[in-house]
Ligand binder design. Structure first.
Ligand code: PHE
Length: 480
């Protein structure tokens, strides 16, 4: 292992703190916010779930995010190299290894789903939803004849590769500077449209009115797992982005901004979706995993000022989703690229094309697993589709394990003292020392262990109500 050849100067740095915050927020804001969060909220008791989510994000997500940024910046390397370096080459580097592997696997199916969003964006733009009101059939056709699906998966991956191959400044930073303002604008346009629809208040009430009777222990764990995925934690993405930060930037402030931005977008996504569902007279409690690709297209064709209203807002919504997915995907690819560049001495272009190409190939079986190939659709002995297995238990398991390992590493192995020295380089005034220390040493590890225990429990115990609710925090395609 070669952890010292590439210095920070050669690796590149972010142009400013703002671009780092935008890049990290771009990583965090993704399919998890716009797709899964509103569904989880509606299922988990509306405002009650939002409250629990905010507590999880603030008291567990934020401290872990800060820890990841610290490890990245202090280690000045990819997750494996950073941990090996800070822990003096100890075996803790497996935590980074897990992140590299997990981000690569997540990228493979994330790109497949992102391909769907591009296809839907194009379909909406050319008015296809007008004729194809049977949106279930529309989706089924896409995934059952996967030529198109794989084509768009490929397009999405190529754009992601090109961005990462161009480097931190010329690729990722440049993209982020354009993509994030567009994302904000598009979100605003959709929000204004949604909350001015007749029935908006009813939708918002359903979405946000706290119903504590729906809250169970499972709801809390769901909220926590959702927070980890949504904040891009446990997979090395924030460590990697943090490694391109300069020493004089304030890490706590940056982490705070990212958490606030991510949570705000998640909340706003629901404020767009629920009023729209009420307007189109669609059942709110059925807002399950098929929400985006099967239910929403039925809303667009009913909006005022047809056909243009439907075309415009349909295309805009899928543009929002595509941009959000794109800025997350580049961070996923960057994790393994930085590993091969730092540790194996590959050049960035070679790493981006090889790893992106690999993730593309790995994504193909996922693309085929929703009806095109039977044994992938129902994996023998497992009883779920490959894309569900990967996006559900495997991703969740890997990311909570990664976050647990990282908290233990910072809290107990590398040490809080050293971490604080690193934090103070950019923010000498950092005061929340004991709260952060308590969270990283105790609160986060205990909370994360509980999710892990629960995941294992629901994997082995069947037919319990707990299992019924234990949905993947991000995407659950099983019920499509
Ligand atoms: N946070 C992203 C989302 O909400 C997904 C992601 C996870 C991206 C981990 C990078 C690393 O969709």
């Amino acid at each position: 292992m070669n952890t010292s050849t590439t210095t920070s100067a050669a690796r590149g740095t972010w142009g400013s703190r703002l671009t780092f915050i935008l890049a990290a927020a771009g990583s965090a804001i993704g399919l998890g916010n716009i797709w899964r969060f509103p569904i989880a909220t509606a299922e988990g008791g509306g405002g009650a779930f939002v409250l629990i989510y905010i507590l999880c994000a603030a008291f567990v997500g934020l401290p872990v995010m800060l820890a990841e940024m610290v490890v990245g910046r202090a280690g000045e390397r990819n997750p494996v190299g950073a941990i090996a370096h800070l822990g003096n080459g100890t075996n803790w580097r497996w935590i980074g290894g897990l992140g590299v592997l997990a981000s690569f696997i997540v990228l493979s199916f994330y790109s497949v789903i992102s391909g769907w969003t591009i296809y839907y964006m194009i379909s909406a733009s050319i008015g296809t939803f007008k004729e194809t009101l049977d949106t279930d059939a529309f989706f089924a056709k896409l995934v059952a004849h996967p030529g198109k699906e794989i084509f768009y998966h490929g397009i999405f991956m190529i754009v992601t590769i090109l961005t990462v191959a161009a480097g931190i400044r010329n690729g990722i930073e440049r993209t982020i500077k354009i993509a994030m303002p567009i994302l904000g604008l598009v979100l605003l346009v959709l929000l204004v449209r949604a909350v001015t629809l007749p029935g908006a208040l009813e939708g918002l009430t359903y979405y946000l009115m706290p119903d504590f009777s729906k809250v169970t222990a499972n709801t809390v764990l769901q909220a926590l797992a959702q927070a980890f995925f949504s904040l891009s934690l446990g997979m090395g993405a924030i460590v990697t982005y943090g490694s391109y930060l300069r020493k004089n930037e304030s890490l706590p402030t940056s982490a705070g901004y990212v958490v606030v931005m991510d949570t705000t977008v998640a909340l706003l996504a629901g404020c767009i979706i629920f009023p729209a569902l009420v307007y189109a007279n669609l059942p709110l409690d059925k807002a399950g995993p098929g929400l985006i690709f099967q239910v929403l297209p039925q809303v667009f064709v009913q909006l005022p000022w047809q056909p243009w209203g439907g075309i415009f807002f349909g295309a805009t919504f899928f543009l929002l989703l595509s941009i959000a997915a794109y800025t997350s995907a580049i961070s996923l690819l960057e994790v393994s690229v930085s590993y091969f560049v730092d540790e194996k001495g590959w050049n960035r272009k070679k790493a981006a094309w090889t790893l992106g190409g690999g993730a593309f190939l790995l994504g193909i079986p996922s693309a085929l697993s929703l009806g095109a190939v039977n044994w992938l659709t129902e994996l023998p002995g497992i009883g779920m589709s490959l894309i569900d297995l990967l996006s559900g238990p495997l991703t969740d398991g890997a990311l909570v394990l990664g976050a647990l390992g990282l908290s233990l590493f910072v809290g107990w192995k590398w040490g809080l003292k050293r971490a604080l020295v690193e934090i103070r380089k950019g923010s000498p005034e950092f005061k929340l020392t004991s709260i952060w220390a308590a969270s990283i040493r105790f609160v986060a590890p205990v909370a994360i262990s509980m999710i892990l225990a629960f995941q294992l429990y629901s994997l082995f115990a069947s037919d319990t109500p707990a299992e019924e609710n234990s949905e993947d925090p991000v995407i659950e395609t099983a019920n499509f």
